[in-house]
Design a protein around this ligand. Sequence first.
Ligand code: P1T
Length: 381
Amino acid sequence: MGFATTAIHSGQEPDQATGSVTVPIYQTSTYAQEGLGKNKGYEYARTQNPTRSALEQNIAALEGGRFGFAFASGMAAIDATLRLIKAGEHVVVSDNTYGGTFRLFTRVLANYNVEFDFVDTSEALNVEAAIRPNTKMVFIETPTNPVMIVTDLKEVSEIAHRAGARVVCDNTFMSPYLQRPLEFGVDIVVHSTTKYLNGHSDGIGGAVVLNDETDAEWIGFIQNSAGAILSPLDSWLVMRGTKTLALRMEQHDKSGRAVAAFLEEHPKVRKVYYPGSASHPQHALAKRQQKGFGGMVAFDVGSLAAARTVLEAVKLCTLAESLGGVETLISHPATMTHASVDVGKRDRLGITDGLVRVSVGLEDTDDIIADLDQALNAVSG
Ligand code: P1T
């Protein structure tokens, strides 16, 4: 079955009781039991919920994995995944990740004697050099948020596996329509479903997909034990989203390319970060492991003042955190999504005060470009 067919049908069988073509929202906390130890497979809704199970099956199928788990947020999904790591073990991480991931690793999990090394994973040799005898996980984001660095999934997976470490990929920026990390040897995919999978900016959520049965059992155990589950309504909203994921990603990709091409030519723009541009240092790799380049574009206008002008002059684009929804969102990583990363590291990564990030939405491409053009033209000098 093709991707769009899987998205619409996997986990989405018509309801047995009524024939409802959408999976019902089982808005319940518990289930009546027929007798002691006698139930219909559902006991308590933290542990099992049919709406959540349907979504978990759907996302697992989209990523081409055996097991899926839905969480209350992308961060909850990442946190649950890191519970595979024990005190005294070591994790190698892409040095540019979403700021919240960096914060969770350095400010929370580091307190539990888990060691993290942040390296530029776009150079596989850096990963190899960072591996230690106690390395049990390599965590990569590709392309990274926000400077769109691409990591070779196959090469890094081979290096990690030789050392006996699992590879986790945060696939939020691409969605499974544009990139399927498990096919390149990655062991675990995590998502903020808040973004493209939901696609309508109306719910926070996260997901984990993997093939290994032992690790899956543990993730399921954590999901139930720690309890950061996705609610039935939010599960339903993500399923509503995945049904149109293929169509939406096609358009995000088309407009993303057009916006990046426009920005590259604009005199007020110093630098554009978009793996779809021929000038991107890893354009060839992105072409190899991605089906497209998506709707995330970052660009540098040289100063905080210029960035502020652009961010405050836009009329159609909305100044907001988050990404992957139908509406175009524009943000300032240095003070918003990546404020928790120290300034020295931000500068090294290119997350300057002049960097602006756009999540190119599904409005007419010409309207998005016209809005960015008038906002850029408001920059003085
Ligand atoms: O916000 P939440 O659903 O918890 O997901 C966290 C997260 C994880 N991974 C990536 C790559 C992300 O981009 C995010 C969230 N990012 C934003 C809110 C943002 O504007 O970049």
